[in-house]
Design a protein around this ligand. Structure first.
Ligand SMILES: *Cc1c(COP(=O)(O)O)cnc(C)c1O
Length: 252
């Protein structure tokens, strides 16, 4: 496997320490215990040898948003104790592949996808942990269930006993005003409380996956239990058409 230059390794480790510090500090300010907030490292476009650096430094949760890319990295890093989460838009024709590596799918947002997951899981005789993705920013470009429809959707998904609902996921609004993201996170937390209060059989609402590199403090203040961080640890991502991963795939 390609080696990671010492400077790159040290940068990843320093960034990781900084992010852990930000989470601790946000928890302290919010009067929460740092154990309540897990760190999921988002490694889209990040080559496997750099992911290895972070995992060897103690991280365990890795999130990817493209099935083929994730599958290739999963295969390359099988010796590591990684829990792979799928966090991207999932096409129904990729469901079979996602089930080979993902221990959680955070982006469940439509019943057609639920049906497909259920079909494959039944065939495999197993279940899958999922989060329901909610479009709290109401942006048309974003995936996710509409906030008003979330409770009804959760009830519907709860009927599939191959799927274990563990909570909710959202992407905060990207905006110059941090209060925009706060509104998204607060809404997700309110939905969580409402759904948890319904006591729907088999439905857990323990996980609130929200907060990224730019807004994790706000998410922690609003009750996040899992922040998803990419650039703050691995640096800026290259443009999609020139990024390392596709160059590498082409070279093979
Ligand atoms: C890319 C991505 C992240 C991480 O974003 P950063 O700003 O790089 O921390 C988090 N969640 C999802 C769903 C993503 O696609």
């Amino acid at each position: 496997m390609t080696q990671v230059a010492t400077a790159t390794r040290e940068l990843i480790l320093a960034n990781l320490e900084a992010v852990r510090g930000r989470i601790r500090e946000a928890c302290r300010r919010a009067g929460r215990s740092p154990e309540e907030v897990e760190l999921l490292l988002v490694t889209k476009t990040v080559p496997p040898e750099r992911i290895r650096v972070a995992v060897e430094a103690g991280e365990r949760l890795i999130g990817e948003n493209k099935v083929q890319e994730a599958l290739a990295k999963y295969r390359e890093l099988q010796d590591l104790p990684i829990e792979w989460h799928f966090i991207g838009h999932l096409q129904t024709n990729k469901v079979k592949d996602v089930l080979t590596f993902a221990s959680m799918v955070q982006s469940v947002d439509r019943i057609r996808l639920v049906e497909k997951l259920d079909q494959h899981l039944q065939r495999l005789g197993r279940s899958l942990d999922i989060l329901i993705q909610v479009n709290t920013s109401y942006e048309e470009s974003k995936f996710g269930v509409a906030p008003e429809e979330t409770l009804a959707f959760v009830r519907q998904v709860a009927r599939y006993d191959t799927l274990n609902i563990k909570g909710l996921m959202t992407i905060g609004k990207l905006s110059a005003d941090p209060e925009d993201a706060r509104r998204c996170f607060r809404l997700l937390r309110q939905l969580r409380d409402q759904i948890a209060g319904e006591g729907i059989p088999r439905v857990r609402m323990d996980i609130l996956s929200m907060g990224m590199s730019g807004d994790l403090e706000i998410a922690v203040e609003e009750g996040s239990t899992m922040v998803r961080v990419g650039t703050a640890v691995f640096g800026p991502r290259p443009q999609p058409d020139s990024h390392y991963w596709s160059e590498r795939a082409k070279a093979r």
